[in-house]
Design a protein around this ligand. Structure first.
Ligand code: IPM
Ligand code: MG
Length: 362
């Protein structure tokens, strides 16, 4: 059976890192006869330049008929002054929303080879393996009403709405508890229930959902404390579940614990396992076109795609192991480079992963 993958490279370093992920998938496809088929589409600023929209109709049609989507990154200086409704980021938000990709999995894993690249002491982060489950299609990102209005006094006022219905909280709750069951059976729900009614409800519903998962130990933490604990003692966490905006912020913090945001993949899933896979770093316009970006987060996103949408866990393991072998071979892109290592370009890093696959190092 063929597996249709929509490839949306996007902006900035997107095309460079995507080329490496496709290179790796093509090799694996040939080796294992996976039946992967790729079709390219435009998103973000690249789509705006051609169609005047960051998420144009041809891309909507493409992602709807695809089984999975692999995305690079969106955004850049060039489009920053556009109206917010057509900025590149809207393309990403539109994609999440149209496909109802409510469950965003953001693992933060520290590769032992990179322990020195973390901003924390090695003993605080060695062995770190945590998963942030971020609600992705609700909360303040999508709540209505929103906008900038002019008050009677003539002063401008910006406003957004934080809103979650019980059903939205319940479904992300189930997602997170199921993931916790497959890991260490510990789930920490992050909210601001001491101040925000919306997240008071979040906590109530999480407790209710938790009754269906008696094997999982549920705890709660306010978001300010969670941010502090992530930096103080990150290994106390296994799975964290939180709202759209808190998840946005905490996942960047968690990423840095691992040494480089350039290493971290993500999956955004709908209720049926269809998913969009992307590195959690952005389009990094400052280094775009230089061939120095780290492609590993995108390559690892491709592995997540094989695992979560296509249930090809052996193939996913092979990619993850090949990344590990590449790191063992001491090749490093600039973001994870340290003394004594071999500095390589984006495509050389892709080649290192490919050669690990070809050497059957796994
Ligand atoms: C992320 C990004 C996006 C978000 C932006 C680019 C819209 O920061 O995926 O974390 O805020 O969700
Ligand atoms: Mg973010």
């Amino acid at each position: 059976m063929t597996k249709k993958i929509a490839v949306l490279a996007g902006d900035g370093i997107g095309p460079e890192i995507m080329a490496e992920a496709i290179k790796v998938l093509n090799v694996l496809n040939g080796q294992m006869n996976l039946g992967l088929e790729f079709e390219n589409g435009l998103i973000g600023g690249a789509a705006y330049d051609v169609h005047g929209s960051p998420f144009p109709q041809p891309t909507i049609d493409l992602v709807k008929k695809a089984d999975a989507i692999l995305l690079g990154a969106v955004g850049g200086k060039k489009w920053e002054s556009l109206d917010i409704s057509v900025r590149p980021e809207k393309g990403l938000l539109g994609l999440r929303s149209v496909l109802r990709l409510f469950s965003n999995l953001r693992p933060a894993i520290l590769y032992p080879q990179l322990a020195n690249a973390s901003s924390l002491k090695p003993e605080l982060v060695s062995g770190l393996d945590l998963m942030i489950v971020r609600e992705l299609t609700g909360g303040i990102y999508f709540g209505q009403p929103r906008g900038i209005r002019i008050l009677e006094s003539g002063e401008k006022q910006g406003f957004n709405t934080l809103v979650y219905s019980e059903s939205e909280i319940r479904r992300i709750g189930h997602s997170a508890f199921k993931i916790a069951q497959k890991r260490n059976k510990k789930l920490c729900s992050v909210d601001k229930a001491n101040v925000l009614e919306c997240t008071e409800l979040w906590r109530e519903v999480m407790i209710e959902v938790g009754k269906e998962y008696p094997d999982v130990e549920l705890s709660h933490m306010y978001v300010d404390n969670a941010a502090m604990q992530l930096i103080r003692a990150p290994k106390q966490f296994d799975v964290m579940v939180t709202t759209n905006m808190f998840g946005d912020i905490l996942s960047d913090a968690a990423a840095m614990l691992t040494g480089s945001i350039g290493m971290l993949p993500s999956a955004s899933l709908d209720a049926n396992g269809k998913g969009m896979y992307e590195p959690i770093h952005g389009s990094a316009p400052d280094i775009a076109g230089k061939g120095i970006a780290n492609p590993l987060a995108t390559i690892l996103s491709a592995a997540m795609m094989l695992r979560y949408t296509f249930n090809l866990s052996v193939a996913a393991d092979r990619i993850e192991n090949a990344v590990n072998s590449a790191l063992n071979a001491n090749v490093r892109t600039a973001d994870i480079f340290s003394e004594g290592m071999i500095k390589v370009s984006t495509s050389q890093m892709g080649d290192a992963v490919v050669s690990a696959l070809q050497n059957g190092a796994i």
